[in-house]
Design a protein around this ligand. Structure first.
Ligand SMILES: [Fe+2]
Length: 248
């Protein structure tokens, strides 16, 4: 289910409406929550985006997206990593890349064991825009890098306006270097634009109720005078385990 991306109107940066289907978090709020972790731990976590293999499932052999994926479930209140598995979206949810199991390279041991990832997963779990029961839910973690070059605009979300097929998805900016564009856009279920913002600082975030909105990201390109730019994202999916393939 995709449509061509359209430009939503400007909207306020922060939405405090408790019933809104999305929530935004400034970098400072995340960093405050991560204060228990050392500078070294945070640096290592951010640097793990330097070690992402090319996403081999991109259409036409495109090599501008790199990624790793891992999933987790809760056991006795603790987050436990699943064995390496496949990521699956239905064709209906993702007409471009859905309908097939995608065996992305797994998260590295240092990321899996990083307290930073654990803190981030729990941060959003406590602030989701809707009800969430961890006992019956799983968590998917995507590390994604988009490299923008001079030869063409790069689409962080080549699906266009889309849904991910989860209950909630946290979109966390990890790095934005030498790029223009990359505007995060949220639409209601009639695909009318309701919010847009550009994440600029590391750890600046949006979390959406994926059942109540569609979303998209505008193209990115290098800023004037440089050959390439980078946009690193951490996506955290929250989904019910039963009947869901992502963590299987
Ligand atoms: Fe998405």
């Amino acid at each position: 289910m995709t449509t061509k991306a359209i430009q939503p109107p400007n909207t306020a940066v922060t939405d405090h409406n408790a019933s809104a289907p999305y929530r935004c978090f400034p970098s400072a709020e995340l960093k405050q929550n991560l204060a228990a972790h050392s500078e070294e731990q945070l640096k290592l976590f951010l640097e793990s985006w330097e070690d992402l293999p090319v996403d081999s499932y991109m259409k036409d052999g495109a090599d501008y997206r790199r990624r790793r994926y891992g999933s987790f479930h809760w056991t006795a209140g603790k987050l436990v990593a699943d064995p390496a598995g496949v990521f699956h979206q239905t064709q209906e949810v993702n007409s471009l890349h859905g309908g097939v199991d995608r065996a992305f390279p797994p998260l590295s041991d240092s990321v899996l064991e990083s307290g930073v990832l654990d803190t981030l997963i729990h941060f959003f779990m406590a602030r989701l825009p809707g009800e969430f029961d961890p006992v019956t839910s799983g968590v998917g973690v995507h590390q994604i890098r988009i490299t923008a070059t001079r030869d063409a605009d790069r689409l962080p979300a080549p699906e266009g306006v889309h849904e991910d097929g989860h209950h909630f998805v946290a979109q966390v900016l990890m790095r934005r270097t030498d790029i223009d564009g990359g505007e995060s856009q949220i639409f209601d279920r009639n695909r009318r634009p309701i919010y847009r913002t550009t994440l600029r600082e590391a750890f600046e975030s949006i979390v959406i109720d994926d059942r109540r909105v569609f979303h998209g990201v505008s193209a990115i390109r290098p800023v004037d005078g440089v050959r390439q730019g980078i946009r690193d994202m951490l996506l955290i999916d929250y989904f019910p385990v039963q009947g869901h393939h992502a963590g299987a």
